[in-house]
Write a protein that binds this ligand. Structure first.
Ligand code: FES
Length: 569
């Protein structure tokens, strides 16, 4: 229990750390953006840069903004080192996260020099750190100064963009905003770089006039040798502190690892019998990474996307209860009992888990699959559609032609289903299974109307296809569909990348059987009277038959529709 309590506290702390990292990162990103905008004024002129700098300084050197900025900088830096100390095992960290960490840690060594040249040059040596002063240092006085500055600019921007992307990508609106955001992410640094280069070229030209150089240095109180010594000493101290911080983090990391080896570990068992033995404090998601098992984690283990969720099949008592952050996400997706976020749950003993989403799941899948992951029973309309005479059709054709033809048919069918509001469950050979009303709380009557509309649209699509291919086909393509509504178990089922929302049960088998009946009766659609009644459809023009369904004692009333395109709209 004590271990579980400690783990719970650690999780609460991790959520707080994430929030602080995000907040400080946003402040720094805002600073970088304003800095870039100021740089880009160099495309107009050096004077424009200097004018822009006045506003920039008025804002960022105001007391409050300055404290917030330096506070954010130090906090973000400290959290970077903390992450280096805490995160494990580093080789199992996703590549993008590793890249972001590496970029983040490579910023301070260059940044320290720049900050001490400018702000601390101002406070320690009294220099007026104008744009011309900084450009003079970087483009004229310091070999490679401009190159390092460009590297700093790009590194900081990439680091910020990766962070922003992984923060925003679980938002529903984000995919739509990507083109605009991508344009901004590209334009800002390009304009800033061009402005920086343009300004640098102007200063190089000015510096070729010794008189300008001398008088300008006097104007801005350019530091003398003693001033530079103070700046350099302070900058070197800053760099040493940072390198010391990295060394400490790495040493601490090694010590933790040694201590972890001595403590009794836990294990995570997977449905296929695979087991991963882990050190205490390791999350289930980290266990999957250690074991080299693909495991969805859209937000990178930040406890926000829910794609990593697992069902705890055994050993639930070895997990601390969800921390408030995790509980909030689980509530948001209406997770059933025993479902936990793999990135937050740290087993203190042996557990058995089943990942609930495919490894390639997206944030959208996570939202959609909320309730379904646990499985539930509800009324669903199921449509089976099958291309008739497919075997004969493929015998006379080249494989390429067969694939082309099938894809045209699948496109028509798929559009008809999704256009009517249904969900393609699976393509099986030349057939398709579709679900209507599989969402939690869906209205079965609406589902039946949607399914009938889809059947009609599939019939119309087939007519179009036959017309378009009339010169290539010896005889028109034919189709048989079965449609039924009834209770089914809906849930995310399958294994690994093949896991998906589907439905199983007697109603599904019946719909499949109706498709066979449509073939036997040479009709395009066999639809159960249950669907017709629920949809409130008028199908009196189509014959009604009582058909025997295997496994059912009573025959089932079924409407046989010769041409699905004739269904009422
Ligand atoms: S990886 Fe996103 S919530 Fe676990």
């Amino acid at each position: 229990m004590a271990a579980a309590e400690a783990t719970k506290k650690a999780i609460d702390g991790a959520a707080l750390v994430r929030r602080i990292r995000l907040g400080s990162g946003l402040v720094l990103a805002f600073f970088v953006i304003t800095h870039f905008l100021n740089h880009s004024l160099g495309l107009i002129s050096l004077e424009a840069m200097e004018q822009g700098r006045l506003y920039f300084m008025a804002f960022w050197r105001a007391k409050t903004a300055m404290y917030v900025l330096y506070g954010a900088l130090l906090t973000h830096l400290a959290l970077g080192l903390w992450s280096l100390y805490k995160r494990r095992p580093i080789l199992r960290v996703p590549p993008w996260e590793l890249a972001q960490m590496a970029l983040g840690l490579s910023i301070p060594p260059i940044l320290v020099g720049h900050v001490f040249d400018t702000h601390f040059g101002f406070t320690l040596a009294g220099v007026d750190d104008t744009y011309a002063y900084v450009l003079l240092l970087l483009w004229v006085e310091r070999p490679y100064g401009a190159v390092l500055q460009i590297a700093l600019l790009l590194t900081a921007w990439l680091h910020a963009c990766i962070g922003l992307h992984y923060w925003l990508r679980i938002r529903p609106w984000y995919p739509r905003a990507v083109p605009a955001l991508y344009t901004i992410a590209l334009l800002l640094p390009v304009l800033a770089l061009l402005g920086f280069v343009q300004g640098g070229l102007q200063v190089i030209a000015l510096a070729e006039t010794p008189m300008w150089l001398e008088s300008y240095k006097q104007t801005i109180d350019y530091p003398d040798a003693a001033g530079w010594a103070r700046i350099r000493n302070a900058a070197e101290t800053g760099q040493q502190l940072f390198l010391g911080g990295i060394a400490l983090a790495l040493l601490g990391r090694g010590a933790r690892r040694l201590a972890g080896l001595r403590r009794k570990g836990a294990s995570v068992r997977y449905p296929d019998g695979g087991v991963c033995h882990i050190a205490p404090g390791t999350t289930i998601l980290e266990a999957s990474r250690i074991a080299g098992r693909p495991h969805a984690s859209v937000c990178g283990g930040r406890g926000r996307c829910s794609t990593c969720r697992v069902r705890i099949d055994a050993g639930e008592e070895c997990l601390p209860p969800p921390a408030p952050e995790e509980a909030r996400v689980l509530r948001r997706i209406a997770a059933p009992p025993k479902v936990r976020l793999a990135c937050q749950a740290k087993p203190a003993g042996d557990v058995q888990v089943t990942p609930l989403l495919p490894a390639a799941a997206s944030a959208r899948d996570a939202l959609r699959a909320g309730r379904e992951s646990g499985g539930r029973e509800q009324q669903v309309a199921i449509l089976f559609a099958d291309l008739r005479g497919y075997t004969k059709l493929s015998e006379d054709r080249l494989p390429f032609d067969t694939v082309f033809l099938l894809n045209r048919y699948f496109a028509e069918t798929g559009q008809a289903i999704t256009g009517a509001g249904g969900r393609i469950d699976k393509f099986i050979g030349d057939g398709v299974m579709a679900l209507f009303g599989a969402e939690d709380g869906a209205d079965p009557a609406l589902a039946c109307r949607q399914a009938l509309a889809a059947a009609r649209a599939i019939g119309e699509g087939l007519d179009r296809l036959n017309h378009a291919l009339s010169h290539e086909l010896k005889e028109p393509l034919r189709l048989a569909m079965g449609l039924h509504v009834g209770p089914a178990i809906v849930g995310v089922m399958g294994y690994g990348p093949a896991m998906a929302l589907t439905a199983i049960g007697d109603a599904v088998n019946t719909a499949s059987r109706l498709e066979s009946i449509a073939k036997e009766r040479d009709a395009q659609l066999a639809v159960s009277q249950a669907v017709v009644a629920l949809a409130g459809a008028k199908l009196d023009a189509h014959p009604l038959e009582d058909v025997a369904i295997r496994g059912k004692r009573e025959p089932m009333p079924v409407r046989l529709v010769a041409r699905a395109a004739d269904l009422p709209g």
